[in-house]
Structure formats: C-alpha cells, structure tokens
Design a protein. Structure first.
Length: 215
C-alpha cells in the first residue's frame, strides 16, 4: 500500500504546496542517545522554510483568519458542506466547522447593526414571519421591515411563533433599537395582534389584505 504524505500548511502564506525539508536537532540527551528532532518543511510558493507550530505568532494568526474567511465564504456563499469545505482547503471537516463557528460568533445581530448605524426610518413597520429549515426541523423567522426604507431593523429565529416571542420581538424594537413607531402593518395572526396590544397599544395597527386574481 502506498504511503500518503500529508502536506503541512505554510504559516507564512497558507499554501499546502509544501515538501519535507530535512530535520533540525532540538535536544540531545545521555551522550548522543535519545536525540530529539523537529521536522522542517519548505514552501514552494513563498520559498520559506518552517517547522509546524514554530513560526511567528503573527503569521499563524494571519493565516488562521484567512482560513476563517475562506471557509465561511465557501460555506455560506456556495452552500458547500463542512466536509466539502475541508476538502477544498485541505483541512479536516471538524476543523472547517471550528473556523466557521469562530468567525460567525463575531457577527452582529440585526438589532446591534441598527443601534450602531442609527438609520432614519419612516416609523411604519411591516411585521411578518416565515418558516425556515434548521437541520431536521423548521423554525419561524420573525422580522420587521420599514415600509419606506425597506430596511430590516430587527429579526430573530425563534423556537415558536407565539405571542411570547412576538412580544419579545416588539420590546426589542422599543428598546434598545428605539424604533419610532407610527404604524404597524401585519396579517391577522393572533400572536402578532397579542404582541401589538401588549407593547404598542397606542400605535395604529393595519391588517394587510391578500388580493386574489381570478383565473
């Protein structure tokens, strides 16, 4: 059976186009016995030599951040699986998952973006929801859209589309987002009406009408 050589990733440029480049003696014990060596590698792309895990910390961090971005781009933009991301980048599928998870943990929620950017909204909010597939089940996405700017001040992925989650959604719109409510448009979902009555009883509420076209 042919032995497979696993290439080490270059800590300088992130390339896998590397080859073994001898060994370096690190330590000698008991008069020429029990010698400890560290394998050296050579990168054909950037002409650097390195030992895995010994390169400068700044370069390792830079490569790690580059892998985070490339893994997330493959996963979210192209719909590649963790296994596919791993094959593309030459890393294990669980390593790909770790890179993607670390990057997405730094992403801001819609309400955090709204608080930071402080856009000028019209105050007329369209409240709606939809069901999205999450692993082996579906979860409701609750969101609000400003009727004039088409901006989404807030959106949450909840376990249930009920009055409690809808109320929490509108409370976040009041504080800390400070949405300037002038009117709300929604369908006739009782959960939405319950939340509006609890959080925004003074705001005019309009039901949307679905028009059907006769064939």
């Amino acid at each position: 059976m042919q032995k497979i050589c696993r290439h080490q990733r270059c800590p300088w440029c992130g390339s896998l186009n590397t080859k073994r480049y001898g060994s370096k003696l690190l330590q000698r014990r008991r008069a020429n016995r029990n010698k400890i060596y560290r394998r050296r590698w050579y990168c054909k792309d950037c002409d650097h030599t390195f030992s895995p895990g010994v390169a400068s910390q700044g370069k390792i961090v830079a490569v790690k951040h580059g892998l985070d971005y490339r893994a997330a781009t493959l996963y979210f933009d192209t719909g590649t699986s963790y296994r596919g991301v791993g094959r593309e980048l030459g890393i294990h599928s669980m390593t790909a998952y770790t890179h993607i998870a670390e990057l997405t943990q730094n992403c801001k929620a819609p309400w955090e973006v709204s608080v930071e950017l402080k856009p000028t909204w019209s105050g007329y909010l369209i409240v709606d929801g939809d069901s999205l597939p999450v692993q082996d089940h579906r979860e409701p996405l609750l969101l609000g859209v400003d009727a004039h700017t088409q901006d989404i001040p807030h959106a949450i992925l909840a376990e249930h589309d009920d009055g409690q989650n809808r109320t929490h959604f509108l409370l976040m719109m009041r504080t800390p987002i400070l949405y300037p409510f002038k009117g709300i448009t929604s369908d006739g979902d009782p959960a939405i009406q319950e939340a509006i009555a609890a959080v925004c009883p003074d705001v005019p509420h309009q039901l949307c009408v679905q028009l059907s076209r006769n064939k």
